[in-house]
Design a binder for this molecule. Sequence first.
Ligand code: ASP
Length: 345
Amino acid sequence: MSYKTPFFDYLYLLLMKKTYFQMKTRRDFLKNSAILGASLSIPASLQCNNPIPQAGKGEATIISTWNHGLPANKAAWKIIQSGGKAIDAVEAGVRVVESDPKSTSVGYGGLPDRDGHVTLDACIMDETGNAGSVCFLQDIENPISVARKVMDDTPHVMLAGEGALQFALANGFTKKNLLTPESEKAWKEWTIKSEYKPIINVENHDTIGLLAMDNKGDLSGACTTSGLAYKMHGRVGDSPIIGAGLYVDNEVGAATATGMGELMMKTLGSFLVVELMRQGASAQQACEEAIMRIVKKLDYKNLQVGYLAIDKAGNVGAYAIQPGFNYAIMRGDKNELVDAKAYLK
Ligand code: ASP
């Protein structure tokens, strides 16, 4: 195997990842367990007694963070409109922003770390609960597509740094200098004072998290970023962390986050939003409660976090610590920006 995993481990992990998560019923589980046979014993604790129900009937919907959500939604909508799957739509949508040199916090043109390196984080999650992620990835314009490959073609969830780059290159991605003349200039100006101070709602233009419900009612999500501008070299934020920057559970709903990643990582915010919806909260109540969790426990005063969520019926929620967070929502032919409510006025 090209990923240097002993064959047996590879097979085991692959079966666990691709088969276990795709089992839709207990009968499937038992059938797949039998196929795995005596040589691989699956712990009873992994047995799935709570089958994923049939897809809901919610209207196809795409939501994504910030102004750059508008072009992202448009690209995602093309896939949905032609009968495509949510997972393909979310990837296509965020790729537009990754490739836009004017987007200074995502992909090509993203502001570098304090040493001048553009390092990217991204993750993707589909309706079966499958997930892929890359972090601290350099020189690749579309990290979301590398994350998708990790999800589809490896037994793992996350690849980091040099390993993620090698994997990308081995899979046909090409290297590109992600520093544009503009982002290099901004970084050089920053080095004069080298003050590290995260700015709330940076140019109203942050991480893109995009959630889609397709015509079948299936949910998927993608989240991609160059992270905080002028961060420490090696810093990884919430965006590639399944459960922090993004979470999808096709039984319940999906959530994504933007803002100061450390706060979402400490509260596993996107997972929290989805779990609150599972317990009966609306998408809006769940986003508000997840912000309150930060407000009650952490120092949030000069920091921004925004959550965006959709439930299985297509109801949307959004909430932030500070005013200024907005999102784009597309349904039918209408693609519009909406200002999210905030805890601080
Ligand atoms: N959440 C991202 C991070 O912490 C940045 C952002 O959304 O502004 O890396």
